[in-house]
Design a protein. Structure first.
Lengths: 335, 335
DNA sequence: ATGAAAGCGCTAACAT
DNA sequence: ATGTTAGCGCTTTCAT
């Protein structure tokens, strides 16, 4: 592997000069610069990242932490973040973690050993210690899809968005509305909270037996929950799923059991993942501004890394109700 | 950040000894080892990856190259590979590239600068130079979903699989079968080739106007192509899409235009992505052994890195026709 | 069994 | 404008 010294020796200049040229610094004779540039080109010299990282104490790499059981929404989001990070000149390292302390600690150790420049959290971590460790390392962090005190974060108003989703159902004449959410993540709880509040506002009694909590936020979880629900009763005219992934599983089972969506049961999701618009029927949902969320996350992190300040901030982005085909007027005679 | 020296000083031993303990080497007094281990634990010391990488000339990181416009199949595949690589103790760096020389060259430069231990290609690269450069760097490579001379690769028999897909359609009485494939990738061409061969075998005349080539292998591309096709004619009773992603887009448009799948038009895909089983109707397709492909790719690369040999190999994995609901008997009277 | 010393490839402070 | 020097944190001979 060709190094900076090789180039220096070959041209009879010092390594520093080559380094200066390679990094586009000033104070170097234009003629010499030309020469060096050509030599770099010809030899195919490429700087060694590890060496740079060591001396500069920066790796130009940021870590993205995401759940082991990541769903389609998270897949889309991290692809977007990756793209923006790349445009700022960063590489991305992924850290898949489970929702438990051991996994978080292990992740923390890896985060440390990597000499990262920053971290983006797509999986929620509730342990104060985690953030404290990172801040001791001067490691900028930004949280996406959830918030944590004093941590810059990007998310939508989950509760309000969930209320809007349920209000849409209520506006369609539904009153027997069930909800399916997932475990662990706060956004799942917030969405349940929004569900309840919308019910309250409409004067519909809260009924905890109408809320099912699946282990994950995936389509498979949605299927299982819906199956379970149907075993118990059919006393609902609409289902609010906490994520589109869940909703897709819900629709699958509904249709398999001969129930029509939306004629017999309305289904609404949350996220507006790519596939939502390809489902039959097209999924009504709440759109999270994926593109913006990704860009903002990358941008805020970049600012934090380059000390452009404003690390302490919480961005609440606008969401949007997207009415498609999976929800319809409730036709049942006076329930 | 606490370093190996800190621990050494604190305990009055030499850095070498700490290093030996940290790396589980022999020749160290058990009592001292205990002491050092405890200090490591207490101080939360974590080795600096960059420093290790520099001196060991290994980074314990492997690169995964995948298309910028990656579809759901590729998303699933890389998640699986990531998981297996991690189980071997590697981290993963992603390289998203476009299908052009400039992008490939840039990728190559980055690949070099990262001091990677190995590379997995999920995006096809046809330039001999690319492989030569990597081999000069002693960088093990494995290709997945395509093959290249002398490069270890994992894939299915694309042509045969495509023939099976089309034969399924022919067996159902279809003769006016159109195909939609994508650009650039060889697997797309191979699948077209299989399509033609199946037609040949059934004595159906090849008609190039029945084959549409979309720019990508995504659902959106599938939609666009299908729209385009319907503008021209409806002279087909079945569509063979080169990927499930394409097929999903195809079904969307068919249904939007009031054509029933499979009653009016049968649709078959390729890949068997997760969502295929959630579509309405469920998508008939060719299953690629994703889990196996991912595991094998990681395993072969690991062997290459650790010099356990057998780097020169081509693994052709079994595929399987999964008949679901999107294909049916052709009911038209004698065409 | 352990320490001293060299060196991986690079950048940055300093000197000129 | 350019070279010299030191040092980032680690592993690995080589002595002892």
């Amino acid at each position: 592997m060709i190094s900076i010294k090789d180039i220096a020796r070959q041209l009879g200049v010092s390594p520093s000069t080559v380094s200066r040229v390679a990094n586009g610094k000033n104070y170097v004779n234009p003629r010499k610069r030309e020469l060096i540039l050509r030599a770099i080109e010809e030899t195919g010299y490429v700087p060694n990242k590890a060496a740079r990282a060591m001396v500069m104490k920066r790796s130009f790499t940021v870590g993205i932490v995401l759940p082991y059981t990541f769903n389609m929404f998270q897949r889309q989001l991290f692809a977007i973040i990756e793209r923006h990070l790349e445009s700022f000149g960063y590489h991305t390292l992924f850290f898949f973690i489970k929702f438990d302390g051991a996994s978080e600690r292990e992740c923390l150790a890896r985060l440390k050993s990597e000499k990262l420049d920053g971290v983006i959290l797509l999986q929620e971590i509730r342990d104060r210690v985690f953030y404290d460790s990172l801040s001791r390392l001067q490691l900028p962090v930004v949280a996406s899809t959830f918030s944590f005190p004093d941590i810059p974060s990007i998310h939508v108003d989950e509760t309000q968005a969930a209320m809007d989703a349920v209000n849409h159902l209520i506006g369609l004449g539904h009153r027997r509305i069930n909800m399916i959410s997932g475990s662990d993540a706060t956004f799942g709880k917030l969405r349940v909270e929004g569900y309840y509040r919308a019910l309250d506002a409409a004067g519909i009694e809260r009924d905890p037996s109408r809320v099912l909590i699946a282990p994950f936020y995936t389509a498979e979880s949605g299927m299982n929950s819906m199956r379970e629900l149907l075993l118990k009763n059919r006393n609902f005219s609409a289902i609010y799923a906490a994520t589109d992934d869940l909703a897709i599983g819900v629709m699958r089972i509904l249709i398999d059991k001969g129930l029509r969506v939306p004629e017999d049961v309305s289904v609404i999701g949350f996220d507006d993942i790519e596939i939502a618009d390809y489902m039959v029927p097209r999924l009504t949902t709440i759109r999270q501004p994926l593109e913006d969320m990704g860009r903002q996350a990358a941008l805020i992190l970049h600012r934090g890394i380059t000390r452009q300040g404003m690390a302490r901030q919480e961005q609440v982005l606008p969401y949007k109700l997207i009415v498609r085909e999976s929800t319809a007027q409730n036709n049942e005679k006076g329930e």
